[in-house]
Design a protein around this ligand. Structure first.
Ligand SMILES: Nc1ncnc2c1ncn2[C@@H]1O[C@H](COP(=O)(O)OP(=O)(O)OP(=O)(O)O)[C@@H](O)[C@H]1O
Length: 286
């Protein structure tokens, strides 16, 4: 008993508390970084890095000398490659650190909004625009921020209504070109430039507006609704995949399912960072 008391007394509680704090802070930072990366291209890059290190360990363990030598030779280039590949995400993390919103509110769902109402407004607007053959590009945010895309357009921060959407896309208005960004139940910005898809096998009848929608949904977890100016057809792009020729009911169904049952009351935040600079120089105007 006295030995137990002596050993308890010998514990340096201050160092223990500091070590615990250290572990908690590091774990929290890692958690926030994972939440930030998830659903974006950065996530695939991180998985790729994980696979690379797994291969290094495996080749070492199996005694695959040449493969191990090759992988070990490439490893010192890793930090530079990571900075290049994850440049947009690293920039966003630093910006968030500066704005202090890296630590606070959750990065995913920040506000409880009526997503069903937002979806309804978008479906109604798409139906009207489709009937008039007015081109439209509506990007719906899901996770993290879209600040760099928003920066390419004009900030509005207005409630999403069919009237506002149809007015914005009315040909000839100053903001009809480009995409509108909907986030947290608000039409945050209009006239935004999206990154174009660089997928190799895009059909020739997929024009710039649809390519931009595909690009935005490839680079982030955004859900993009498109109305073709040429044919009036309504399409949706999710994860780089374009689903064309949707009836309003199917569009509503897909949007509700994209925002998930749990998210029916919340419009999550989303980010899209990659390729904007390239797209802003490529985007055409009508
Ligand atoms: N990178 C981009 N980001 C945002 N909007 C874009 C981008 N590229 C094109 N657009 C929008 O698409 C419009 C022109 O698209 P496009 O040339 O595909 O029109 P279209 O021939 O009528 O085809 P569609 O049937 O796809 O509407 C532009 O005026 C612009 O509003």
């Amino acid at each position: 008993m006295s030995a137990l008391l002596a050993s308890i007394r010998s514990i340096d509680f201050k160092s223990l508390a500091l070590a615990a704090l250290d572990i908690i802070v590091v774990a929290y930072i890692l958690y926030r970084l994972i939440v930030l990366a998830k659903g974006r291209r950065a996530w695939q890059i991180l998985i790729g890095i994980g696979v690379f290190f797994l291969l290094v360990l495996l080749s070492n363990w199996l005694g695959l000398v040449t493969l191990n030598w090759l992988l070990q030779s490439i490893t010192p280039l890793g930090p530079v490659a990571i900075v290049i590949l994850l440049y947009p995400e690293l920039r966003e993390v630093l910006e968030r650190l500066g704005r202090l919103d890296f630590w606070g509110a959750p990065l995913s769902v920040t506000r409880q909004e009526n997503i069903t109402g937002t979806i309804e407004a978008i479906v109604t607007a798409a139906t009207l625009l489709s009937a008039r053959k007015t081109g439209a590009l509506i990007l719906m945010a899901r996770e993290t921020g879209l600040d760099d895309v928003i920066a390419t357009g004009t900030v509005l921060n207005a409630t999403v209504t069919p009237e506002l959407l149809t007015t914005i896309f009315y040909s000839g208005t100053a903001l009809h070109d480009g995409a509108v960004i909907v986030r947290d139940g608000f039409l945050v910005a209009a006239g935004c430039t999206l990154p174009l898809s660089d997928a190799p096998n895009i059909a020739t009848n997929v024009h710039m507006r649809h390519r931009a929608a595909m690009g935005a949904s490839e680079s982030s977890d955004a859900v993009v609704v498109i109305v073709s100016e040429e044919t009036g057809t309504i399409s949706i792009a999710i994860g780089g995949k374009l689903d064309r020729g949707l009836k309003p009911e199917l569009l509503r169904e897909k949007l509700l399912s994209a925002f998930g049952k749990g998210a029916k009351k919340a419009l999550p935040r989303l980010s899209l960072t990659r390729k904007n600079k390239e797209a802003s120089s490529e985007a055409p105007t009508s």
